[in-house]
Design a protein around this ligand. Structure first.
Ligand SMILES: Cc1ncc(C[n+]2csc(CCOP(=O)(O)OP(=O)(O)O)c2C)c(N)n1
Ligand SMILES: [Mg+2]
Length: 353
């Protein structure tokens, strides 16, 4: 009998990248500061009635900024969930256009996915992962045997990891050797359900071995570790080595969304104990200790973050509603009789025509 295949994870076929430059470290901090300020402000906007809802990412700034910053927007493509504001910001996406989804101006955001290399914001849990694998497989088909591919980077949560879609996506990607990085932010919670009641075996990364794919389980609150691992995983994919799974261990410090009350399923004491060190404070201490940034730098970063938030808030407030009938236009390339009928009754009820 042939020996059974190994259940050990496969190694990554890409060298450890060189350390980030001081300039890159400062930029990573500035991005995290901008994201922290915009994120906490967006909750305030919701309370003020400027936007109807928002999914905060407090505590996940390192996981998001570090991974988004590793993307090469000239050839990669990113597939977000509803909680990837920090990824979008690190990729340089227009933030008024990004935030428009939270004003319900346009489902999925008003930015151009092709230009920004960020697919529309996806509220269907695990949905973006299937799209990413399809795009990545397209890269393989159009590369015609060349091994200089664009890579897909797809985000999902610990909760999403228990959806069948994720397993189909991983299996297909591994069988087809698709250039895709599966980036799971294990933030400890899927709304009110903790990871231990959602992820059998306690580790999403461990599952990669079953699909014959390498995996990295990393400290998702260490922005440098996230940046380096994502760069390395993307390099592995771009050279035709197939998919990689990264499990970034982090913590959702805030509510699931602005309509959630975490007090109903976790105590403040448990929240404080489980959250660990704040990723932004941690990075600040490190930059200070290494002499890469000084107090003046942090003051400037905070001022820039405030100015940026003000400009984005002004832009969001100025956004008018889009014509409601538009929602039927982009469902399929060619409309269907059922959709035409729905559009007609919608117009009758809403616009009285
Ligand atoms: C297919 C589907 N099922 C259920 C939901 C409702 N829902 C929205 S977010 C969520 C939890 C997701 O948790 P996780 O994947 O850990 O991501 P996180 O919100 O923690 O970032 C659920 C069940 C949904 N949006 N889509
Ligand atoms: Mg989660």
């Amino acid at each position: 009998m042939d020996p059974l295949p190994s259940s050990e994870p496969r190694p990554l076929n890409a060298p450890e990248p060189g350390p980030p430059t001081s300039e890159q470290l400062r930029e990573l901090y500035s991005l995290m500061a901008a994201v922290r300020h915009l994120d906490t402000s967006a909750v305030v906007w919701q309370r003020q009635g400027i936007i109807p809802g928002y999914a905060p990412e407090l505590g996940q700034e390192a996981a998001q900024v570090g991974s988004g910053y590793a993307v090469d927007i000239s050839r990669d493509f990113v597939f977000p969930t509803y909680r990837e504001m920090g990824v979008a910001r690190a990729m340089g996406v227009d933030m008024v256009a990004y935030m428009s989804t939270h004003k319900a101006t346009w489902h999925g955001g008003l930015y151009d996915p092709l230009k920004s290399r960020l697919a529309p914001i996806q509220a269907v849990v695990a949905g973006s992962v299937l799209h990413a694998v399809g795009w990545a497989h397209g890269q393989t088909l159009s590369a015609n045997g060349n091994s200089d591919l664009g890579a897909a980077l797809t985000y999902f949560g610990d909760g999403a990891s228990s959806q069948g879609d994720i397993h189909e996506a991983m299996n297909f990607a591994a069988v087809m050797n698709a250039p895709v990085v599966f980036f799971v932010q294990n933030n400890g919670w899927a709304i009110s359900v903790p990871t231990e009641r959602q992820v059998a075996g306690g580790s999403v990364a461990a599952r990669a071995a079953g699909y014959g794919m390498p995996a990295l389980r990393i400290d998702g609150n260490d922005v440098v570790a996230v940046f380096q691992s994502t760069r390395r995983a993307l390099a592995h994919c771009r050279s035709g080595n197939g998919p990689v799974l990264i499990e970034a261990m982090t913590y959702r410090r805030g509510p699931h969304s602005t309509s959630d009350d975490p007090g109903r399923y976790r105590s403040l004491d448990a929240e404080r104990a489980d959250a660990g060190a704040d990723p932004l404070d941690r990075f600040r201490q490190r930059l200070l200790a290494d002499g890469i940034a000084d107090e003046q730098f942090f003051k400037n970063a905070a001022a820039a973050a405030r100015a940026e938030e003000e400009q984005i808030r002004t832009g969001i407030q100025a956004l008018g509603p889009r014509p409601g009938a538009e929602m039927f236009d982009l469902v399929f390339q060619e409309t269907t009789p059922a959709l035409r009928a729905q559009a007609a009754s919608w117009r009758e009820e809403s616009e009285h025509v």
